[in-house]
Ligand binder design. Structure first.
Ligand SMILES: Cc1ncc(COP(=O)(O)O)c(C=O)c1O
Length: 408
């Protein structure tokens, strides 16, 4: 059955405002069931977690439900789901925890394709331990991250390999499974940044080969919260810095302070919503989420193909990278205009696109584009349409003509 875009769009009340959102990589619009769940939890009697009274038990249930939902989204076990405020905060927690055991001479491998959230926490933890940082390089022409280089980068002193499953700048989806295999054969742990990839297709912790996988719910129709998953046995081996009276259990001991219970209710609702994207799907929530995201992926790819073809056909537009396996995200520049000016001109016309480096710091620095403003990013989410692509391309034509005038 073709993807029902009308039904899908109806689930996002913000779309009625009329903006064209090609900024899903920076955060998607929120689905109505998520808004309802957050509001219901906000309005309900809620106490801090306690088994003594019903509102306290409600909070416990909300946390448990969120763990179970994220586990279904990623193919993980609920007891292995650590919840937190953002992917950045969770990665810092993990880096500090693992880094405490590193010694001078140990090595950490990061990539220049990654968002800085999966780079800097590792670099800083390595510096604190006197460990050495090694860099995986992308191909500047294609934007691919060759998996073969990891055979040279990883050795017996490698403690950790951090790599993205999807570049938030140019969409590249590296062969994480191959990279993980190389890393784990040398005894290294693998932390995969799934923030950009998870919204765009079914994800499976085991097939990725990741020891740790991180995702942010606000990239998949949910609230501004994140999760980091691993096998519970792995968490059992790790001791984060923590308050003395806080729970020492797994996964709770990796979570700091009192969480936002209403937003956690929204995380569960977001996963439930993704499970409805293919209305014909049946089975467990995990099966329905996978089917829903597979249906969304096919739709996104069709919309994205039209966008890529449209950008390629415009001589005034320079597109960066052409990775074979990718998420539906692309960075480009328009001749004669800075990326910020392009984004502002598009924004004035109601088209929402980010500009700059979007924290893909090493990518833009390596490309020599960072100091001159980075690029403009268009990322497709499942509520986007080919009509929106055509509207964006028409706006680009209008702007490019003006831009060339400005450059003369
Ligand atoms: C690929 C990627 N990783 C990590 C992050 C950081 O996520 P958070 O805002 O949850 O810290 C982002 C945010 O845009 C991202 O795109």
């Amino acid at each position: 059955m073709p993807f029902d875009i009308t039904r899908t769009r109806a689930a996002y009340p913000a779309l009625t405002e009329g903006f064209v959102h090609f900024d899903g990589a920076g955060g998607t619009q929120t689905a109505q069931p998520v808004i309802d769940a957050v509001a219901a939890a906000m309005g309900a009697a809620i106490g801090n977690r306690s088994t003594a009274f019903a509102p306290g038990r409600r909070s416990l249930d909300i946390v448990e439900a969120a763990r179970s939902a994220v586990a279904d989204l990623l193919g993980a076990r609920p007891e292995g789901v650590v919840l937190g405020p953002s992917a950045t905060a969770l990665t810092y927690t993990l880096a500090r925890t693992l880094g405490a055991a590193w010694r001078p001479g140990d090595e950490v491998v990061v990539s220049r394709l990654d968002h800085d959230a999966n780079v800097r926490p590792w670099v800083q933890a390595a510096e604190a331990a006197g460990a050495t940082v090694r860099w995986a390089e992308f191909d500047p022409a294609t934007g691919e991250l060759p998996a073969g280089q990891y055979a040279d980068l990883v050795g017996e002193r490698t403690r950790l390999v951090a790599v993205t499953a999807g570049s938030n700048a140019i969409g590249t989806a590296p062969d994480v499974a191959a990279i993980a295999k190389t890393a784990q054969a040398a005894g290294a742990l693998v932390c995969v940044d799934g923030v950009h990839s998870v919204p765009h297709g079914p994800t499976d912790l085991a097939s990725l080969g990741a020891d740790f996988l991180i995702t942010s719910a606000y990239k998949w129709s949910g609230p501004h919260l994140a999760a980091m998953v691993a096998d519970p046995d792995r968490w059992e081996q790790l001791r984060p810095a923590k308050l003395l009276p806080s729970s020492d259990a797994v996964p709770d001991r990796f979570e700091y302070g009192t969480p936002s219970f209403p937003l956690l209710a929204g995380v569960t609702a977001a996963v439930d919503h993704l499970a409805t994207l293919d209305p014909e799907a049946t089975g467990s929530r995990r099966e329905r989420v996978r089917a829903g995201l597979a249906a969304a992926q096919a739709h996104e790819e069709a919309v994205f193909d039209r966008l890529l073809a449209g950008l390629a056909a415009r001589p005034a537009v320079t597109v960066y990278g052409s990775p074979a396996r990718r998420c539906p995200t692309v960075s480009f520049r328009v001749a004669g205009l800075t990326p910020a000016d392009t984004a502002a001109a598009l924004g004035a016309a109601g088209c929402c696109l980010s500009s700059g480096d979007y924290y893909a710091y090493e990518y833009f620095r390596t490309m020599g584009l960072r100091d001159s403003g980075g690029a403009v990013r268009a990322s497709v989410y499942h509520y986007n349409t080919v009509d929106e692509v055509d509207r964006l391309l028409a706006e680009l034509d209008r702007i490019a003509t003006g831009g060339e005038r400005m450059a003369r």
